[in-house]
Ligand binder design. Structure first.
Ligand SMILES: [Ca+2]
Ligand SMILES: [Ca+2]
Ligand SMILES: [Ca+2]
Length: 455
């Protein structure tokens, strides 16, 4: 009898409170409040609980909240439990309805025996217990308040202005353990030059060794060297017997292990052609006969990612620069031609020190000794042999032999006659460049008598 009365009383209280809410006053100085969800772990992997909190700046007597969750991702495992204070459940969506629609309405009030405890500040409105119902990994989902359906009423019967904090969740987070081998270059290759390539290993798991199997096209690249960067003290095992294949391993002794990211080898190739190609890491998921990275704990191959290196060599630009001198007393600029294989020819002019401008030579000039023929008027053609490499190669031609005044390739009486014809002038027979053709020039010509062009 007493219990029935109590029930009646509670219903009555609720009804009175609802009416109060309907005719609630809207004061201009309304209180402020925040409804929020909090959870100890926003990336849960099984069951988890979420607190529904209210932080208000006035004492609160009534809370209506409404929120959504995605029933494809989550299910409430039990009825929502009210907090310590708002134990008067006026209305609450049933468990089965909530889990089929993902829509929850809670209407909680302060029971009469707790009216005296009404307080401002932060308080727990209810506790939600969820099970994750999706098996997928890294599922993003949210608990979202429906602001339209929220009403919080202070003890002064005015509605509070409520802001909300929704809860983003990542369900079944997958810890990605990643172990990779990566090929990289500091600069693209240049044809006929050495090219530096690095091999790196990165692992989040502790490992006891690795095998790296690299493939390259031996028609395009020629292996020059492989220098291990040791992560274990054991001697690395390197096999480069087969052109186009590099096999490279390091293994730990019993006291060693490795985790982290580390360069494990410097590899130098000679780039033979300008064909596009790739250096590839031999790797098929699941295969243990290719590249492997071995877990210390399981002894299994945990290599999960490889990065190959695509490349295409550019043609090296090559330049030569001549350093040419004569017996001149007064320094002068020299102008002439330089010729070489395949009828290559260039004009050059030196500065007063005999240094020419940079002359570009084409790709037919290889890394082998090449003959250059330098011709300046009144001097014999001089041969200079050099091996131009990529970039600038300076060629010291040395001193030219003066006296071939008719430029026919030999110094003889015909040149001597030409010199006599110019005697006491400052014409081209002035071999020593002192401004007069005289005995000094004659001496140089005679010294060189019967000499001929280099061939
Ligand atoms: Ca493997
Ligand atoms: Ca001559
Ligand atoms: Ca002279």
């Amino acid at each position: 009898m007493k219990k029935r009365f109590l029930n009646f009383f509670l219903v009555f209280v609720s009804a009175v409170f609802l009416l109060t809410v309907i005719f609630v006053k809207h004061s201009s100085a309304a209180g402020l409040g925040t409804l929020s969800f909090t959870t100890p772990n926003a990336s849960p992997s099984a069951s988890f609980s979420v607190n529904l909190n209210l932080d208000a700046d006035v004492a609160v007597g009534f809370v209506r909240t409404e929120f959504y969750f995605d029933p494809a991702h989550l299910a409430l495992s039990q009825d929502i439990t009210p907090g310590d204070l708002f134990t008067q459940v006026i209305s609450q969506t049933s468990l089965s309805e909530a889990n089929s629609t993902g829509h929850v309405v809670l209407v909680y009030g302060l029971p009469t025996d707790k009216v005296g405890q009404a307080t401002s500040g932060s308080q727990l409105i209810g506790t939600l217990s969820f099970n994750i119902v999706t098996a997928n990994n890294n599922v993003s989902t949210q608990l979202n308040f429906n602001t339209e359906g929220i009403q919080v009423v202070g003890m002064d019967e005015t509605a509070l202005n409520i802001s909300v904090v929704n809860l983003p969740l990542t369900l079944n987070p997958q810890v990605v353990s990643s172990t990779s081998l990566t090929l990289s270059q500091s600069a693209p290759p240049v044809q006929n030059s050495n090219w530096d390539v690095s091999l790196s290993l990165s692992t989040t798991e502790v490992i006891s060794g690795f095998d790296a199997v690299l493939n390259y096209d031996s028609n395009i690249l020629q292996l020059q060297s492989i220098t291990p960067v040791n992560i274990f003290t054991s001697t690395p095992l390197i096999n480069t017997q087969t052109p186009g294949v590099i096999k490279f391993s390091q293994v730990a002794n019993s006291a060693e292990s490795f985790t982290g990211t580390q360069k494990i080898a410097d590899i130098v190739f000679l780039s033979k052609t300008t064909q596009a190609s790739a250096i590839t890491i031999d790797y098929t998921p699941g295969s243990t006969t290719d590249s492997n990275v071995v877990s210390l704990s399981s002894g299994q191959d945990i290599l999960s990612q490889t990065t190959n290196l695509n490349f295409q060599a550019t043609v090296a630009r090559r330049f030569i620069q001549l350093l040419v001198s004569t017996k001149a007393i007064v320094a002068r600029q020299l102008t002439g031609t330089v010729t070489s294989i395949n009828n290559w020819l260039a004009q050059f002019t030196t500065d007063n020190t005999g240094l020419s401008q940079e002359l570009e030579i084409d790709s037919s000039f290889t890394e082998v000794p090449t003959d250059f023929y330098i011709k300046v008027d009144n001097y014999l053609t001089k041969k200079a042999t050099a091996t131009p490499s990529a970039g600038l190669t300076q060629i010291n031609v040395g001193q030219l032999i003066g006296g071939d005044l008719n430029n026919d390739g030999t110094i003889n009486n015909i040149d001597l006659a030409s010199m006599y014809a110019q005697w006491f002038t400052d014409n081209s027979a002035d071999l020593n460049n002192d401004g007069a053709v005289n005995s000094l020039d004659h001496w140089e010509l005679i010294t060189n008598f019967f000499k001929s062009d280099d061939v």
